[in-house]
Design a protein around this ligand. Sequence first.
Ligand SMILES: [Zn+2]
Length: 346
Amino acid sequence: MHFRKHSLSLTPLWVVALFVFIATISCRQEPKSSVSTATEAPALQPPSFQMDSAFTYVEKQVSFGPRVPGSPAHEACLEWIVNKLSGFGLQVEKQTFSATIYTGQTVTGTNIITRINPDQNKRILLGAHWDSRFIAEQDADATTQKEPILGADDGGSGVGVLMEIARQLAQSSIPLGVDIIFFDVEDQGERSGANDSWCLGAQYWSREPHVAGYQAKYGILLDMVGAHDAQFPVEDLTNIPGYTNQVASRVSATYLKVWRLAQQMGKGNLFVNRSVGGGIDDHYFVSTIRGLPMIDIINKPMNSPTSFGAHWHTHQDKMDVIDRRTLRSVGQVLLAVLFREAAGNF
Ligand SMILES: [Zn+2]
């Protein structure tokens, strides 16, 4: 933007006039040559990610209340997500499963899956969890620690960004297969308990994918991608059990590519040059059970005692923490990744 303004001010007027003349001619000619490469090229330009749209999708989820599996709010949100995606013209599958959480309670979970361009062989998987936590064990107020959280960021933000991505892709003619999965029963695990008490929907899907033998080039998970001061470090998988060397190196290569692109796009404040130990989130099970390398875009601020944002698993995780510019940055990076993949230059 700055460069363009600067160069224009130094350009003689006749050059500007000639440019406008040529541009006018090409505009007039465009409708005649609908099959020329000139009209194909824009298909590989990422559409513009609408942050207000993504923000509204987060707001809508939060408006149902905490989306704890088994609750009416969870059911209502499920119906809304499915109807919304269908309304974009996408096919939606509901993968239901029975899940026993560590408290002993058994619930019905639903992974929501949409396949964009199902006939394309080259595929990228995008994911986020759509349930919200049933307790607020990190809250400073002990009297409300047993109450479920609204999860605007923890759950809501990732789904909001991916709903907007889905809307944009449905309107585009991107020559790339994209699968979007909203995992259920991610956040009902035991703090300091077994790793596999978390991410029950992702564990189920990794063993029973919606397409037999499903694979993708790689996956990208979004979790807590809406806070105004978010920082997304990359994972160092050294000494993290469960990863094969091959999957670990593909995960690392994907982090490198995505972070480099994000930084080239001026998003280095969010996509920071810092690494943290690999975490347990839906991507861990997709990578280790399914063998599909998946990275995690997750807010882990520097020097945080819990390693997550201050609102994590507290009642502060509500709309106030969501900054639509963070949603936009994440959405823009994802769209840039997908359109580069589609063009074969990523
Ligand atoms: Zn959580």
